[in-house]
Design a protein around this ligand. Structure first.
Ligand SMILES: C[S@@+](CC[C@H](N)C(=O)[O-])C[C@H]1O[C@@H](n2cnc3c(N)ncnc32)[C@H](O)[C@@H]1O
Length: 204
């Protein structure tokens, strides 16, 4: 059984996401809707600055890292990693409006040479060069993405998620709390790579 505080957090987050989805649907113009390749899997809810810092801390992000934020919103995680830690980064978002905001924010922050923002579907993205992948998605989207993370990422790469875990089959190696939010960390292991190979062989 899930602890009560955990269930409450997920319920609150689902509520927040539902409100965000409703507001974004009401607020977005017909043109913006037309620009979307398909419906969003997750509505836009930005990560608060203290949580961004905790996500970068838990993964020990440094100048040697290439960070991918899958569903990058206004680019804040990628931009903070570049500005404050010297990392390079890529943000991917299905919503062109978010990508335009992220590019403007990167320019304002003076990190355009270190970051790139791409309109795209995270499920169709090649993120294999990432040392760190950051996520603020939803529980079922994390679980759906899990085999792609195991397949694409090298052993030793880190995955960080704001608020949501990866299901019972992939327990986090560490969690941290900040401002009432949970940040999860996983590191890709040889066992993860083997498991995805075995699943692939079985499917053939
Ligand atoms: C909860 S927001 C997180 C934004 C940012 N990562 C942050 O933490 O501040 C989720 C983002 O995922 C984007 N998104 C939803 N479905 C997507 C998909 N299939 N591929 C890429 N981006 C997607 C949304 O447009 C939204 O900006």
């Amino acid at each position: 059984m899930k602890p009560l505080h955990c269930t409450r957090t997920i319920t609150t987050m689902r509520g927040l996401f539902a409100v965000a989805l409703l507001l974004s649907t009401i607020g977005s113009s017909a043109l913006a809707q037309d620009q979307l390749q398909r419906d969003l899997d997750v509505p836009y809810v930005p990560t608060r600055p203290a949580v961004v810092d905790k996500m970068l801390d838990i993964a020990n992000v440094s100048k040697d890292d290439m960070l991918f934020d899958l569903g990058s919103g206004d680019g804040r995680i990628v931009i903070t990693a570049a500005k404050e830690r010297g990392a390079r980064g890529v943000g991917v978002d299905l919503n062109p409006q978010r990508i335009a905001e992220a590019r403007a924010n990167a320019k304002k922050a003076g990190v355009e040479d270190k970051v790139k923002f791409v309109v795209g579907d995270l499920f169709k993205t090649d993120f294999s060069e990432a040392d760190v992948v950051t996520l603020y998605l939803l529980p079922h989207i994390n679980v759906k993405l899990r085999p792609q993370l195991w397949e694409q990422l090298a052993v030793g790469s880190r995955v960080v998620s704001h608020d949501f875990d990866m299901g019972p089959e992939w327990p986090p190696e560490r969690t941290e709390q900040v401002e009432g939010k949970t940040v999860y960390l996983w590191t890709i292991t040889p066992e993860n790579k083997k498991a995805v190979k075995v699943a692939g062989n079985r499917a053939q």
